[in-house]
Design a binder for this molecule. Structure first.
Ligand SMILES: Cc1ncc(COP(=O)(O)O)c(C=O)c1O
Length: 366
């Protein structure tokens, strides 16, 4: 048996390695939970940035009501880890998946999203056969133009059809204002988010006026939650990635507060010139597509290029003493796309390794 690394110092770990600063993550979780409490909305954080039941349980302890996830297989991982109230914010299509959702109803209390009767009808039939009831949310297109019903009569007609169907229960509506996260001008960003969310709340009003249930109005990502949580009618927030924070949320979405909690520790493996260093952490370790990672403690070092296994840094005068073998920590540019490259999180309390969590939802794509 290999010896446990628990208690080791960060610099003693082999690299590259995915690290969580536990104090910062816990503080981010507390801040997001407290913000939701203050604004009187419930928090159902998206788990796609961590895919790890241990972290979902930490969010629940801080006051979340459950999780949002994207896939049935992720929901199964969360349910096995002890989470009950699970929103699968995605369309569930195909006999096998419908059967999995019905089975999941015996172990948890899932909600699935839909935007067409063709998704709900087979789910209702399977649930009736299995003697269970699955909750369903209608996803409304509030401007992202990805999936979602058209607001208005299309949404109402789907809601009426779901309400008549045995085996499923209409729980409400959801929308994702993902197209507005990076608007640079704060007044305009707020105005457009208000407009999108008003469209969603308008759908709720239409359903209620027609005598249909609509308990849940779910929306919001980390890039918008500080606005969306304040808007009338929203009952729960899906924002999740803020527990790690990252340069995408900070610099492209202009999210305030919250601390960078997710890093990759790397090693300098080559020093081709005075102004260049090469690290052992390329695109198979860090995904730079949404936002570039940042170099911790070396403000004049910048990532110039990432290839599969190499990260090239350009070094200013204050970083040129970096030597082959030195360890360098990088703030992950966008958590979601980096987490899925790794088998484990290494959680540090200060400089000491406190916990190693297998990322149990990694590879759960169905
Ligand atoms: C349906 C849905 N909800 C919420 C989010 C926001 O998640 P996060 O807060 O992790 O950015 C996303 C992001 O892609 C999403 O697709």
């Amino acid at each position: 048996m290999p010896q446990s690394l628990i208690g080791a110092r960060k610099s003693d770990l082999d690299t590259p390695v995915l690290c969580i600063d536990l104090d910062k993550m816990e503080s981010n979780i507390e801040q997001m939970a407290e913000f939701c409490r203050e604004k009187k909305v419930q928090w159902r954080p998206h788990e796609k940035c961590h895919k790890t039941p241990a972290i979902a349980l930490r969010e629940l302890a801080a006051g979340s009501i459950g999780v949002t996830c994207a896939k049935v297989s992720e929901a199964e991982v969360m349910a096995a880890g002890g989470v009950r109230d699970i929103l699968i914010a995605n369309m569930i299509v195909g006999e096998r998946k419908v059967e999995r959702v019905a089975s999941l109803c015996r172990w948890a209390d899932p909600i699935v999203a839909c935007d067409h009767f063709a998704q709900v009808e087979p789910l209702g039939a399977m649930c009736r056969r299995q003697g269970v009831t699955a909750r369903v949310l209608i996803e409304v297109n509030i401007g992202l133009d990805r999936v979602g019903t058209r607001p208005g009569t299309d949404t109402l007609h789907l809601a009426q059809a779901i309400d008549r169907l045995q085996g499923v229960k209409l729980a409400g509506v959801m929308g994702y204002e993902g197209h507005l996260l990076t608007l640079p001008e704060p007044v305009e960003k707020r105005r457009q988010i208000e407009e999108s969310i008003a469209t969603l709340v308008g759908c709720r009003d239409l359903l209620l006026k027609s005598g249909l249930p609509c308990d849940i109005v779910s929306a919001g990502g980390t890039g918008s939650y500080q606005i969306t949580a304040t808007l009338p009618g929203v009952t729960e927030l899906q924002a999740g990635g803020g527990i790690f924070m990252d340069p995408f949320y900070r610099h492209k979405c202009h999210v305030e507060g919250l601390d960078y909690a997710l890093t990759v520790l790397a090693t300098v493996v080559s020093r081709p010139t005075l102004e260049r260093a090469v690290l052992d952490s390329g695109r198979k370790t860090l995904n730079p597509d949404v936002a570039m990672p940042l170099v911790v403690g070396h403000p004049d070092a910048e990532i110039k290029r990432l290839s599969a296994e190499h990260c090239e840094l350009s070094l200013g005068p204050n970083s040129q003493d970096l030597k082959i073998g030195d360890k360098v920590e990088l703030v992950v540019g966008y958590g979601d796309f980096t987490t899925v490259l790794h088998d484990e999180f290494h959680g540090f309390r200060g400089d000491r390794l406190e916990v190693v969590w297998p990322i149990l939802g990694r590879g759960k794509l169905q």
